[in-house]
Design a protein. Structure first.
Length: 239
């Protein structure tokens, strides 16, 4: 399991904030001093294997009033190599300044390796190795990551409805591995499992009767693109 790790930068003179987020077997930690036009970020690989073009997503917090707005930024390795970067404010303080900035990138990182990154204001110039492409049509939403492609139908529930993968490594997902929509089943046990034990909130089920819910082709089923860019896509399924 990956661990959260934060090391505040005692040399920073601007307002500080720090955070850690676990993403795909990697730890993402940030040291913020945007008043000095730089945020230090550390990415550690706990996946057990070397990764190439691996997506990394993390949140960077800011003190109130430090960052008024941010729609783009540059992300560099400490040796000067620039990485693809997309940012988006996801929470704000009551005065309108940014509280949390969502950061997406792709990294090459060795097994058990570590990357020291620097986030600063500016227009990014590096393109992603594996850009994410989204097609939103009248019948379906299709997400293509290069190694895999997923289809989410709009008229029937599918999680996803179909999927393809790249088995020969040519960068195109041409081999279909899923042709029918998968069934989504949720079982709810209404009998409470009992109170937590100190800080342990994970409890075994009480073993009572369960109510089963299944997602099916209902008239109010929807598949929508909630957010998308060339690094990340979020598809919202509702109904």
């Amino acid at each position: 399991m990956a661990e959260k790790h934060v090391q505040p930068n005692s040399k920073s003179k601007g307002p500080l904030a720090a955070a850690a987020l676990i993403c795909s077997g990697m730890a993402f930690s940030a040291q913020c001093a945007w008043g000095q036009a730089e945020v230090g970020i550390t990415v550690r690989n706990y996946s057990g294997t070397s990764l190439s073009g691996s997506p990394v997503r993390g949140g960077v917090p800011f003190a109130r009033g430090v960052l008024r707005e941010c729609s783009q930024a540059r992300l560099q390795v400490k040796d000067g190599l620039e990485l693809p970067c997309r940012v988006r404010p996801i929470a704000r303080w009551h005065d309108g300044s940014v509280k949390w900035l969502l950061v997406d990138t792709q990294v090459d990182i060795a097994r058990d390796g570590e990357l020291k990154l620097s986030l600063s204001p500016g227009k990014p110039s590096a393109a992603p190795k594996r850009p994410v492409a989204v097609q939103d049509t009248a019948d379906a939403v299709v997400v293509d990551t290069g190694p895999a492609r997923f289809q989410f139908p709009k008229k029937t529930f599918g999680l996803p409805g179909a999927a393809w993968t790249d088995l020969d490594g040519d960068g195109r997902a041409e081999t279909q591995v899923m042709a029918q929509p998968g069934e989504f089943v949720c079982e709810v046990e209404h009998q409470p499992p009992g109170p937590p034990t100190e800080e342990n909130w994970l409890r075994d089920a009480a073993g009572g009767p369960r109510e089963t819910f299944r997602a099916g082709p209902a008239g109010d089923c929807k598949a929508e693109v909630e957010s998308a860019d060339d690094l990340h896509a979020v598809i919202k399924l509702s109904g």
